[in-house]
Design a protein around this ligand. Structure first.
Ligand code: ADP
Length: 271
């Protein structure tokens, strides 16, 4: 509920002096609730693949005299186990993002290099998609303070979605550029797009527009919420433009490292 949660403690210091401590627990309660919801969601999400594995194991037992069926079930078990491993990795990533302070891992990061790395890492998924990258500025103007791995992860998650939710043969583009004090990475696809009501919800943990289809493609519903947390941890944000039937553009916006003010010793940005 939105009600104030106050903890009150009274301590008598002396005959004249009474100390009353009032602690506002509202925010703490909210955080606890979010955590509890998360645990409930996680156990629900884990039960599905674990249940699938148990059923497949039974099927293997029942098909002992049919080697072909055994091989088929074994392959499905492998897929299901892979999915489970992927889900566990994402859950761990997400809880690490929610709890840890990343300041210690922050270095100067060239975002265009992160985008290139994310493109490399998704090459095996790309199929016959046309992947186009563009860098709109001198890399020196595309630097942020950040945790490099996480920036690569964020871009990779957006790319994976762009590829997953658009037809083979269509174009996916990754554009890195500087806009004022912000480094932007825009990942666009020509896919099915996202309806307005779903646009409000897709950044929520475990939310999928089409749960059955997303599960088939190995989706967990955690990818975008990981991206959102990575943005928040870097003092940035993520925006979405989408039109059903036309495609989507997700734009990461991260605060740029201030340009070097020294007139000499560094090349002019547009030299
Ligand atoms: P998932 O693992 O299911 O892809 P995400 O958190 O990455 O989880 O995305 C949540 C949901 O948002 C997806 O299930 C999908 O329905 C929708 N979505 C994400 N990216 C796109 C996109 N580029 N085009 C269309 N739908 C998308």
């Amino acid at each position: 509920t939105g009600r104030l949660q106050l903890n009150t403690r009274v301590a008598r210091i002396s005959d004249e002096l009474v100390l009353i401590l009032v602690e506002d627990r509202t925010q703490a309660r909210r955080v606890e609730q979010v955590r509890r919801d998360f645990v409930v969601n996680v156990s629900h999400e884990l039960k599905t693949p674990v249940g699938g594995l148990a059923l497949l194991a039974e099927a293997v037992e029942g098909a002992a005299d049919d080697p072909e069926a055994v091989a088929r079930f074994a392959r499905r078990m492998k897929t299901e186990a892979g999915r489970l491993a992927h889900l566990v990795t994402e859950i761990v990533d997400l809880s690490r993002l929610q709890t840890s302070d990343l300041l210690a891992e922050m270095v100067i990061v060239d975002v265009s290099a992160c985008a290139a790395e994310a493109v490399d890492q998704t090459a095996s998924l790309a199929g016959s998609h046309e992947i186009v990258t563009a860098v709109g500025d001198d890399p020196a103007r595309l630097r942020i303070y950040g945790a490099r791995d996480l920036i690569v992860t964020a871009i990779r998650n957006l790319l994976t979605n762009a590829i997953t939710y658009s037809e083979d043969g269509t174009r996916v583009s990754v554009v890195t550029r500087r806009v004022d004090d912000v480094v932007e990475v825009a990942v666009s696809d020509q896919g099915k797009g996202i309806s307005a009501p779903d646009q409000e919800r897709i950044f929520e943990r475990f939310y999928r527009v089409d749960a059955a289809r997303s599960r088939l493609t190995g989706g967990t519903g955690l990818g975008l919420s990981i991206v959102k947390h990575i943005c928040a941890n870097h003092g940035g944000d993520i925006t979405l433009w989408s039109q059903e039937g036309q495609g989507s553009t997700f734009t990461l916006r991260l605060p740029a490292v201030a340009d070097d003010p020294r007139p000499t010793g560094s090349p002019a940005p547009h030299a």
